[in-house]
Ligand binder design. Sequence first.
Ligand code: ADP
Length: 473
Amino acid sequence: MDVMHLSSECYPVAKVGGLGDVVGALPKYLCEAGLNASVVIPYYDRKFVQENSFELIFKSTGIIGSKTFEYHILKERNRTLGFDLYLIRIPGLLDRKEIYCYPDEIEQFISFQLSFLDWISKSEKKPDIIHCHDHHTGLIPFLVSNTISFKNLASIPTVCTIHNGQYQGWFGWDKISYLPAFDLSNAGLLDWGNCINSLAASVKCCWKFTTVSPSYLKELSVNSNGLEKLFQMEEAKGSGIINGIDTMVWNPETDPMIFKTYTHESVNAGKKENKKQLCKEFGLSSTKPLVVFIGRLVGEKGADLLAELIASCLDSFKGRLNFLILGSGDPKTEKELKDLKVKYKKQYGVYIGYDEMLSHRIYASADFLIMPSRVEPCGLNQLYAMRYGTIPIVHKTGGLKDTVIDLAVPGGYGFSFDELNIISIKTVIGRAYEVYEDPERMTAIRKKLMSLDFSWDKSAEEYINLYKSLSND
Ligand code: ADP
């Protein structure tokens, strides 16, 4: 079965968050299970693309509004990622360094989707399933089922996965001419709230949609940035499949990015050495418990609470613990977190920016990882943390609820809290501190965390069953 994944991100080519991780891993596991999964993303002028070899396999032109553009399909020659990777390059539009935030982003992603469809509509071999990820590829299900140009693709089942329902790819009806001709009586399929909403169109027109955790599927019906009614109406088409992690990339036994590799057996010594080196870099004491946060510094992640939380904890715990932050995002939050360093020089470290290697080092070194997320579709950070024997402290929402069981519950292995406020988070950090003071308990929890299975195998199986239920094969 041929499954083509379309996405804006794919690790290690281009990653901003969990979407990149999933698209870089799931197809590999699907291929291992015997499917022919491939990935199509825009061309980015980034390290992976510069350092690997690609061949031009197709070239043609497309039209967006009144502009004609040339597009190139490039295929990675060596299957380096364990699946076929295709890049769509459009000179001047899809050949840049950054993934998001260009003023002509709408034109970029529409051209990407149009080029993909034009290419496969002209190819002899068609995929059995088209799997779209998030709003950047959300127009595909509408385009294959409604436009004259892509009529020969209408029988291909489309699946869409929602990694983040907060961002929806909105644009005005004044840009309708960007799309190829279709029966205007179907224009309502594109609309939500009087504008074109790519994610809404995707949910309406796809054959099936999935969310990246079962709890997130339920939450979208009550909290999805305006799409609540849509998710209530389309509920029957949806299913929640929890993300897995790529255990080949995220493996403390072999990870080349960390200071010292370690196993389940050597977890204490391994984490100790990693923590020592990391704390040295940030001027922190390695004998105190290290609480970390990694992620986008945005409201969804509760990052606006961090500065006050850290200050309050450091004052109350009188310097008995350390905090370390890695992230970037809202300028106000970035500034607050940087400013905090002035007062708490020896107990607090911060790196504002994106750094893949540092993230691995932090997962390996930390004692606790905190996730005060307001919304968390799945959350991968807590899964990576657990893989490295780091205890998660999470707000009970979305995928965090599905993956972290509090130590107060039999069989539990982490900390969770219901109320998202400073007092409640501080209380749970207090509980974590007590556990840290008990080395035997700490060791037992670390070992338990490292033995948990969050690999892709089971979730990939669920995707395969979904594809089989749709495919004409
Ligand atoms: P989201 O996709 O909502 O940002 P996830 O938890 O699903 O959140 O995935 C976040 C991914 O991005 C993880 O792999 C995490 O380690 C990584 N990440 C987030 N921020 C940074 C950063 N500043 N530097 C390095 N990696 C980061």
